[in-house]
Design a protein around this ligand. Structure first.
Ligand code: MF3
Ligand code: CO
Length: 265
């Protein structure tokens, strides 16, 4: 009993949400704009035959040309500028020299550091012709992201975000990944709070103006469970079904959620 109580206390002590000033949010928005522009360039590059390593190299040079750096490279030893997750890969896929094929799907995830300010956004792309199943998976995953963002308002709780995402995705017959979450973002790429894409309404930390978080639902056609690759990073679906992901970084403001990585689609 006693030991359990100590663990609870430690968890409370180490949970720290760092609020951001308007100036910091403005700088993160500039990083987010660059990231959004980079995603728009990637959309033009994706086609059968291109490798995810070539996309990774493009991103690195694009960012360096614009005075930014890829925050992921070297983060806990992660070796690339981007994560490139193909088909049944859920997240943290390693860019590879295997050419993408017509009908594949690929999620490119990256964190941009511009003048010390960070922004994080992942986007799923169809390679060549998208099947109707791919279109549906993308549509539902993207809608799930925006349903989560809608709940990111002052006074709501973290659980309200995950609940909105999970109920929507499951009603559509897909599943939402539980082993990876959104997160706070600031000086550090992963700050408190964790933002699960499932959960109960009215639970978790209260949302306050000045919080900057990511919402990044990973949606599987089959079961939500994942397995890890030998490389220690890449997660893929346990049943081999496909997985898609859309992620935005957003600031919680008195006026509502401000998407810092918007691509003005
Ligand atoms: N958006 C990704 C995440 O929050 C960024 C991962 S960076 C990595 O998990 F280095 F950990 F891969
Ligand atoms: Co993230």
């Amino acid at each position: 009993m006693k030991v359990r109580w100590i663990f609870i206390e430690i968890e409370v002590l180490f949970f720290m949400i760092i609020l951001k000033s308007e100036r910091e949010i403005k700088l993160m928005q500039e990083a987010g704009k660059l990231l959004a522009d980079c995603h728009k360039e990637i959309a033009q590059l994706i086609r059968p035959g291109i490798t995810t390593l070539a996309i990774d190299a493009f991103v690195e040079s694009y960012l360096s040309k614009h005075g930014a750096t890829p925050e992921q490279k070297g983060y806990h030893g992660y070796p690339y500028a981007t994560c490139a997750s193909v088909n049944d890969e859920i997240c943290h896929g390693f860019p590879s020299k295997k050419p993408l094929r017509n009908g594949d799907i690929v999620t490119i995830d990256m964190v941009v550091n511009l003048n010390g300010a960070l922004a994080d956004s992942a986007w799923s792309y169809a390679v060549g012709t998208a099947s109707s199943e791919t279109k549906r998976l993308f549509e539902i995953t993207k809608t799930a992201l925006y349903k989560g963002i809608e709940k990111a308002v002052v006074g709501n709780r973290i659980g309200d975000i995950g609940h909105a995402i999970q109920t929507y995705v499951e009603a559509e017959g897909y599943s939402v990944v539980r082993d990876f979450t959104g997160h706070g973002l600031g000086r550090d790429l992963h700050e408190d709070p964790a933002v699960p894409h499932f959960g109960a309404p009215g639970k978790g930390a209260k949302l306050k103006a000045g919080m900057v978080i990511t919402i990044e639902p990973m949606v599987n056609v089959g079961a939500w469970q994942c397995k890890m690759d030998q490389n220690g990073w890449t997660a893929r679906t346990v049943d081999g079904s496909r997985s898609a992901q859309y992620e935005h970084t957003l600031a919680i403001t008195e006026e509502g959620p401000l998407i810092l990585t918007a691509q003005d689609e």
